[in-house]
Design a protein around this ligand. Sequence first.
Ligand SMILES: Nc1ncnc2c1ncn2[C@@H]1O[C@H](COP(=O)(O)OP(=O)(O)OP(=O)(O)O)[C@@H](O)[C@H]1O
Length: 323
Amino acid sequence: MLIIEDLVKCYRGSTRANDGISLHVEAGEVVGLLGHNGAGKTTLINQVAGLAMPTSGTIRVSGIDPVAEPAKVRRMVSIMPQAHAPLAGVTPRQATRTLARIRGLDKQAARTRTDELIAALDIEAWADTTGEKLSGGVRRLTAFAMAAAAGPGRVVMLDEPTNDVDPVRRRLLWEQIRELANRGCAVLLVTHNVIEAERSVDRTVVMASGKVVAEGTPAQLRSRAVGEFRLELTAATDGDLPKLPDHITAAGPMMNSTRRLVVPLDSAAASPALAWAQRLRDEGHIDEFALVPVGLEDVYVQLSGDEAALEAEKGAQGEPLVA
Ligand SMILES: Nc1ncnc2c1ncn2[C@@H]1O[C@H](COP(=O)(O)OP(=O)(O)OP(=O)(O)O)[C@@H](O)[C@H]1O
């Protein structure tokens, strides 16, 4: 439903915000777009929505080119922007119904879909309160309802939808994101919440410095992690960070700060590492520890390390500025 090929976006006087991106999102699929600040995620979705002009490459929304036919594509695409929706003087119910009507639902269908979303997101208590009196989280949920208020079979792009939202409503929001896919939409969502994304997306695309550096299901990406477990230690407030003893071998590079040590481990090393950490805690050398299976977040951090290397390489080579 959404096909992007070799997309490049160069802002005037800036580096390449998108540098040869290719990706696709099918109807019924939720794809999570992960990446550090400035990786180029918002730039990508703005081009799909026809809000920014690609420098080169192609975008097709159900076969339609947003550059050649921006008005047509805008009718097929919903976007929940990163910035708060302007809701001054407008209530969540009014804003959601209006968007549903603009996107072609008749009066009754718009009313029904709006009520359905307001109930599903548990924001009925504020449904008739004007925007300036709403909390950040309710405004964010309203922006989601506005993006979701349409018929089936659309491309829906959500830029950091769960920001500001409390943990209980975040779950409701993820359920509704999944529901959009069940209704035949292709959902592309930008998030920094890797742990939530791991549970909720079908596929993940990791961006760094304007490029796609990894893509796959959460399970496929997890399989790229170094080690099978991660041991995390927090040194006692007045103590030094302990050194890994010789009989425990780290599966890859360790990360340490003044008080925190993170060690990737293969399964054979997990049990001795656990015994060591328990002893350190019993003797008061550390405040706490955790031994956890590796997840998407570990892979993401690992890829971010690669990103730093990429940046350093770019700096050394002198990235050309393209207007
Ligand atoms: N309108 C603009 N003019 C010039 N440069 C821009 C513009 N918008 C974004 N950029 C630059 O393009 C790069 C990518 O920005 P973008 O907002 O797409 O990143 P992002 O991955 O969405 O970041 P974040 O996670 O912080 O929202 C950054 O270096 C940013 O400074």
